[in-house]
Every structure is written in C-alpha cells, then in structure tokens.
Write a protein that binds this ligand. Structure first.
Ligand code: ADP
Ligand code: MG
Length: 613
C-alpha cells in the first residue's frame, strides 16, 4: 500500500469549488440528484462494458444505495457501477476537462456572467456536494481491478488520494454533512427528506435507489421504452401523473430522436382544453429530463405558446443537469428539439384529421382557436402552411370544412377563397354581404373566433390561392357590364346625395354587386384595417387613424327605388338625409349589433315613425 498523497486541485477546480462552497445557491437538494446521476451513469457504463467483457458484469442486481448515520452526521451514496482507477479519480475528480471552462471562470471572475448561469454552463456535478458537506470521502474500485482508491477532500484547495480496499466493484461517496444551518434546517440523514428528494429528481432513474429495505424511486420512465413494450394503460397513467388530468388523452405521441441530437420525448394531446388555457399564468411547457434525471418543470422553450396545451416530458441526453432557464432559451439543441417536436405534433394532428374526422372536429372546437395563434407567431413562419392545412371552419354550405376541402368545391373559374369574418357566428351567418354569393352559388368560409380577424388580416394564401374577404374591396360576381353601367348612370346623383349626408363616416357610396335582399351594406376598402382590428388596436391604446368605410347600395331594393323617386322630385327633401342616416345605422346594427350614435339613431327613427303613422 502506498502512502496517502496530497494533490492540489487544478486552478479552475479551486475557483469553482470556491464558488460552490460560498455561493448562496438556493437549491442545495440538487447535490443528491448529481450524485445519483453519476452513480446511474457508472452503472450504465459497466453494463455496456459487460456486453463485450462478461466477466465485468458482476453478480447481483445493479443498484444505488443510500446509507445514513445521524450520529456521525454522514450520508453515503454507493453504486455497483464501473468504478474508477486511481488515475481516473485524479483526472475526473481533480480537474475540469470541459473546454471553455477556463474562459467561463475568467468571465465569472470579471463579473460578466452571473453565477447561476455559470454553474449551468458546465456540470458542477460532483462538486455540488460541497454545498452540503465539509468533507467528502470517495472510495472506488474499477471493474477488473483488485485494489481500490480512496479520495478525500474538504473542498479547500487540495485532496488526498491513497490505495484502499473495497469488497465489490463500484463507488461509495460519503458526505460528512455540514452542521445543519438553523435557517435551512434540511437534515440529509432524515429518511423522509431523502425520499422526497429522490422522488422529485430521480424517480425515473433506471436502477433502484435503496434506503434500508425501501426502494425510493419508481423507475418507470416509459418514454425511452419502445412503444410496443408499453401498454395503453401505462401511457394513460403516466399522462395522469404529469398532467393531473383524469380524462384520457386524445393522442399519445412517443418521439425518439437520434443522430446529432439524442433525445426521447413523450407528448400528449389532451382531449379537453385545460381550464387555464387563456390565463397568462397558465402552467405550461414540458418536463425536462437529462438521462432520466429530472431537471425542470414547465420548460417553456420546448413548445411554442400556440401548442401550450401539449403535455409531456423530454429527455435530452446531451444537456447539462444544471442548465438554467436563461441558458435553455439560447440553447441550439433545445431549439432543434423543439422544432422536431412541433413537427411531430402537427403531423399527428394532420393524421388525426385524415383518419378520424369526428375526433379531429372535437379537438378543433376545443383547441382550434389556440392553434390559430400560431398563424400570427413571428417564429412560426415555416409552420404556417401546415397550420392552415389544420384549420376547420363553418361555411355557407358546410357545418365544418377544411380549406382544402373548400378548394375542391370551388366553382369553375373561381380564383380566390372567399371568407367572411366577424364578431359572432350568428352575425356572420346572417350578414347581407353573403347574399349575392349564396344566390350565385359561391361558398364562403365563415370565421368568428376573435383570433381569426388578426391572421386573416395578413392576407394569407393557401395552396397558391389568395384568401379574399367578401367584406372588402370591390367585388364583381359575373355581372353584366352594360347593365351595371346603365344603373350607375341612373343612380349616380342619388348616390352623391347620400354621400354628402354621410360624409362624416363614409368615404364612398356605390352600387353593390353583393346584395340581393338587403338595401345597403358596409364594406371596407381593399387595404383598410377591418373594423374589429381597428377597434382592438384602439382598446390597446394604439388608435389607428380613423378609417372611413364604404356604403354599398342595392339598386334593386324597393326602398332605394323609393328614395330615387323622392330625390328626383326634390333633391332637398329632408327625408333623404333621415333615410341616409337610418340606412347607415341599420347597416351597423346588422354588422355588429350596435350603432355608433344610438341616441341620434333613435331620434331619427322616432321622427320617421311619427311621419309614417
Ligand atoms: P459529469 O457527470 O457531468 O461528467 P461530474 O462532476 O458529476 O461531471 O463527474 C465527473 C466525472 O467523475 C464523471 O464524468 C465520471 O467520470 C466520474 N465519476 C463521478 N462519480 C462517479 C461514480 N459514482 N462512478 C464512476 N465515475 C464517477
Ligand atoms: Mg455528473
């Protein structure tokens, strides 16, 4: 047996230890997660080695054992893993090999990087145990070796290393715990404390974590088991566990990523919209694991807001356990994983729409409005086409249709996809704007979710066809041009007269091709904001310049014919102004259920009634 040798830690490790020991890192419990994760990695490695060198396999079941001694105030973590040689202990526990570490420490020293971020950048792993221990003893014996190695340090700059004996292959880390801080009071020799921490961070670690006769973890990480080996019921139970939703999920989506990024995920689409879907405080995001070790709840960077109802876990194998939320936001791996997950979710929805239309309809009525938020998300540009494929909407002929199915029913020669959007299902379905379209057999999509106007405002295209609002611009539906010209000449003066009376609000009065039974309708100019969007902006304090609308008049309506007669008899007849105002008022009423100046509208109405009775 050789004499104990004392080694200085590598300078970077010293600095790191200093930071760890003296930092006010709030979540000390994570030390156990780190040591259990190292133990689990070591067992993985040994099992891998044993595939080719069976003699390294060992007899018993692999396991991780916790032993406490309340009197001596110690906690030890033992594993049946691969162990380390003396040289490995020196390199693994005495130095930090990771590239870039020196640079980071330099920046930490200069105050450029915050400590939690720094800790997140590279696994402090083993060293985090110095948050709770003032002396650590590690005894390890490598598979295939006869002697063991003992490593001891108080975390103050040096460690001693010597040969030792250990009956079995594996590693034991013994923590001489700091005297419990009276404020914190966490006693890491307490069984229920250990049980709680293991449940929280290490529940799905693949090997039993034992304390006495108890196994503290469930080990049931079903996300990295092949789909064929997991029962439907296990998937459902796991969903309940993570989503706290007792309704069965609509779809379960296991994801496996290999190649440049290794990750597993298990995602669920809920059958019902969560209650807090529109609450900004909503708990959203996925759980993040690194090789079965829990890292973070509600990791928002893994799912875009428009898919915030998706629940599940992601197990990213190459992340650091200590990754912080700040770092995740910028992490390239996370961005790649998110992209793949989004693709998978949208693909699953597409599949559902194709294979089970009724189920998809039910899904869409619950969650469609949220999915449509994606059509507005600046970072979802690449998904926009996919999202449009998923949109369902009622139309003038269908209770519910996709835009693709609409296109299949389009009339010969029809260039654009016609839609109308408005405040409510009823208002839209009864809008006078539809009259000529219905009469001439053009189908119109009817949108009425608050979000619709916002994305439709951006003039989307679908499969190369423009989507055109029928409440906007000048619409020509196969009319007869000579008849139109004659009508325009006939009513030209009346239209000018109406415009004069309405000029505060209306920029143009013109004949309509949209109407068959209503006398007038309000429309917007091709490039104007829709009235509801303008109103929303106003409510948000971003009032747009007031936009005047266009009033279209139906020359075939008896009331218009009557006005024409009055006008021809005397262009100064006071009834002309009154009728102009009432016509505009009722156009507003039909569109949105209210008139801008209700008192004036009522007064004019009463006046007209008085004359008529
Ligand atoms: P990381 O786990 O991110 O590599 P750690 O600081 O947690 O960083 O551990 C450093 C290294 O020490 C590990 O990579 C491993 O090689 C070695 N090690 C730590 N604990 C054990 C153990 N229980 N058994 C075998 N090797 C270990
Ligand atoms: Mg580690």
């Amino acid at each position: 047996m050789s004499q104990p040798e004392t080694h200085e830690f590598q300078a970077e490790v010293k600095q790191l230890l200093d930071l760890v020991v003296h930092s006010l890192y709030s979540d000390r419990d994570i030390f156990l997660r780190e040591l259990v994760s190292n133990a689990s990695d070591a067992i993985d490695k040994r099992r891998f080695e044993a595939l080719t060198h069976t003699e390294l396999g060992g007899e018993g079941e692999p396991q991780i054992t916790l032993v406490t001694n309340a009197e001596a105030h110690t906690l030890s973590i033992s594993d049946t893993g691969i162990g380390m040689t003396r040289a490995e202990v020196v390199t693994n526990i005495g130095t930090i090999a990771k590239s870039g570490t020196k640079e980071f420490l330099k920046r930490a020293g200069s105050g450029e990087v915050k400590l939690p971020e720094l800790i997140g950048q590279f696994g402090v792993g083993f060293y985090s145990a110095f948050m709770v221990a003032d002396r650590i003893e590690l005894v390890t014996r490598k598979a295939g070796e006869a002697t063991a190695t003992r490593w001891i340090s108080t975390g103050d700059g040096s460690y001693t290393i010597e040969d030792a004996t250990r009956d079995d292959i594996g590693t034991t880390v013994t923590l001489h715990l700091k005297a419990a801080d009276p404020d914190e009071g966490t006693d890491y020799t307490n069984a229920s404390t250990l049980r709680r921490i293991v449940k929280h961070y290490s529940d799905f670690v693949a090997y039993p974590i034992k304390l006495g006769d108890d196994t503290l973890n469930s080990m049931k990480a079903i996300w990295d088991r092949p789909k064929s080996e997991v029962t439907e019921d296990e998937y459902k139970q796991f969903y309940r566990h993570i989503a706290h939703d007792w309704t069965d999920p609509l779809r379960t989506i296991p994801v496996k990523m290999e190649g440049t990024i290794e990750a597993y995920a298990l995602l669920y689409l809920p059958a019902k919209a969560p209650m807090d879907l529109y609450n900004p405080e909503m708990k959203r995001g996925l759980q993040l694991y690194v090789k079965r070790v829990f890292v973070m709840d509600e990791c928002k960077d893994l799912m875009p807001p428009y898919l915030r109802f998706v629940r599940g876990v992601v197990d990213a194998h190459d992340l650091s356990l200590n990754v912080s939320r700040e770092i995740l936001q910028k992490d390239r791996q996370i961005a790649v994983i998110r992209k793949q997950l989004v693709k998978k979710v949208l693909g699953t929805l597409e599949e559902l729409a194709r294979d089970d239309a009724d189920k998809y309809k039910a899904f869409w009525s619950e969650l469609g409005p949220v999915v449509k938020e994606g059509l507005l998300a600046p970072d979802a540009a690449t998904e926009k086409d996919k999202l449009l494929e998923l949109v369902l909407s009622p139309s003038t002929t269908q209770a519910s249709t996709s835009i693709a199915a609409y296109i299949e029913r389009m009339k010969e020669g029809q260039e654009a996809i016609y839609f109308l959007s408005g405040a409510s299902r009823e208002a839209v379905a009864k809008s006078p704007l539809l009259e000529a379209f219905v009469a001439k057999g053009f189908e119109v999509l009817l949108f009425s979710d608050p979000i619709d106007e916002l994305w439709l405002e951006r003039a989307p295209e679908f499969r190369g066809k423009p989507m055109h609002s029928i409440g906007r611009g000048d619409i020509k539906l196969d009319g007869d041009e000579t008849v139109d010209k004659a009508k325009a000449a006939e009513f030209g003066d009346l239209l000018s007269c109406l415009r004069v009376h309405l000029q505060e609000e209306i920029k143009e009065v013109r004949l309509s091709q949209r109407l068959t039974t209503s006398p007038v309708v309000l429309v917007a100019d091709e490039n104007d904001l829709s009235p509801r969007v303008a109103k929303m902006l106003e409510q948000m304090g971003q009032a747009p310049p007031k936009q005047k609308r266009i009033l279209e008049v139906n020359p075939n309506h008896p009331l218009i014919a009557k006005l024409q007669a009055i006008f021809l008899a005397s262009n100064a007849d006071p009834r002309l102004e009154q009728c102009a105002k009432l016509l505009l008022g009722q156009a507003h009423l039909v569109e949105s259920g209210t008139v801008p100046d209700q008192a004036a509208f009522a007064a004019t109405l009463i006046d007209i009634m008085l004359r008529a009775t």
